[in-house]
Design a protein around this ligand. Structure first.
Ligand code: ATP
Length: 359
């Protein structure tokens, strides 16, 4: 277990991290996700030992490592842009940390070959790294991080320079490699799709603090704050006013006066402005009817969009805001159709506007 306890870090007047706590389990793939400037790279650098925290502790298997020089920590980094040595061939790039550790030549040969095999670059030993494709360079960078047999591999946006298709392939490869080796991987990314698809757990950072940590399903389906709801998933948003609570749910009033039930956020108070969120795939299209059922809004289809693997429709609702929804394969929605949209209460998340909470 890696324990990150109460870490604080400032750069001049800029707070990069404050009161940051996180536990990373052995053998898990954890992503640090968040917008630019939220402190992801600073945290990764503090774990690696490239940056010193102003306060707090980093413990690995219950021993403090935050005073240990980077090269003596059992963690290795795959850098953004890979930071390969252009004048060295593939073999020497991968061997670099092993030579620093003064391992015997025989051991160096064995480990480099083993690492290159793991990333599928066995026949590339003699190649200059400059002649490799982006994906191949990334594999060399991963092999270089694996060669010293670290306990934790730290990855700083390793996929950011790759095109979409290659990125998806490399994500799958990394995930398989991590599971096969049963190592702990900590990945920094600002790409929510990437974090959700490769990770066992995702830690979402916001303004130098941990906003929520959980499995991809938890983060996606049970956002704990409006920040998480707006950062993860392409959700519909709407504003309402708070009315009353009913257990774990809350009932809010929409701009047209209609009431709507949803999951009450931790911060939801009994009065004031509310922000509501719902994912397009959770909204149901219903036929228009004279009466409105619970959590249904009357509306008119603005347009429908064919998106290859799915179909979507925009509906202008009588509640005063548009709703985007995913259509079933056999459903059709034509511009101008009068319809109703249902916002299932367990998939509608309600938060007080402009608040945040500690996880
Ligand atoms: P990005 O996705 O853009 O890399 P990030 O989430 O990794 O962002 P950090 O690089 O950790 O964020 O930066 C956190 C904050 O600390 C930012 O406001 C950044 O400007 C500041 N910061 C980071 N490194 C330094 C530095 N060496 N000197 C001054 N400020 C810094």
């Amino acid at each position: 277990m890696l324990n990150i306890r109460n870490i604080g870090k400032r750069f001049g007047s800029q707070t990069a991290l404050s009161g940051f706590n996180l536990e990373v389990r052995d053998g898990e793939f954890l992503s640090l996700l968040g917008p630019s400037g939220c402190g992801k790279t600073t945290l990764l650098n503090i774990i690696a030992g490239f940056e010193t925290a102003d306060q707090g502790e980093v413990l690995w298997r219950e021993k403090r490592v935050d005073q240990t020089p980077a090269r003596l920590r059992p963690f290795h980094m795959v850098f953004q842009g890979y930071a390969l040595f252009p004048h060295l061939n593939v073999f020497e790039n991968v061997a670099f940390a092993l030579r620093l550790q003064k391992l015997k030549d025989e051991e160096v040969q064995k480990r480099v070959r083993e690492s290159l095999e793991l990333v599928g670059l066995t026949s590339f030993e003699k190649r200059s790294v400059e002649t490799l494709s982006g994906g191949q360079q990334q594999r060399v960078a991963v092999a270089r991080a694996l060669a010293p047999r670290p306990d934790i591999v730290l990855l700083d946006e390793p996929m950011s320079a790759l095109d979409r298709q290659l990125r998806a392939r490399m994500q799958a490869e990394l995930r398989l490699l991590q599971k096969r080796l049963n190592l702990t991987f900590i990945l920094v990314t600002h790409d929510q799709e990437e974090a959700l698809s490769v990770s066992d757990r995702v830690a979402l950072l916001h303004g130098g603090q941990l906003e929520q940590v959980g499995t991809p399903e938890e983060i996606y389906l049970q956002p704990r704050s409006s920040f998480v709801a707006s950062f993860v998933g392409a959700r519909n948003t709407f504003t309402a006013s708070s009315v009353r609570r009913e257990g774990a749910n809350a009932i809010v009033r929409l701009p047209n006066g209609q009431e709507l039930t949803g999951v009450a956020g931790f911060d939801l108070s009994n009065s004031g402005e509310v922000q509501g969120f719902i994912c397009p795939e959770h909204v149901r299209l219903k036929p228009a009817s004279a009466s409105v059922a619970k959590n249904q809004l009357k509306g008119r289809v603005l347009e429908s969009l064919f998106k290859g693997e799915s179909k979507e429709a925009w509906v202008e609702t009588e509640a005063g805001f548009p709703i985007r929804l995913r259509l079933e394969q056999d459903q059709d929605a034509r511009a101008g159709d009068n319809v109703a949209v249902e916002l299932p209460s367990d998939m509608t998340h309600l938060f007080s506007a402009d608040t945040r909470l500690t996880p």
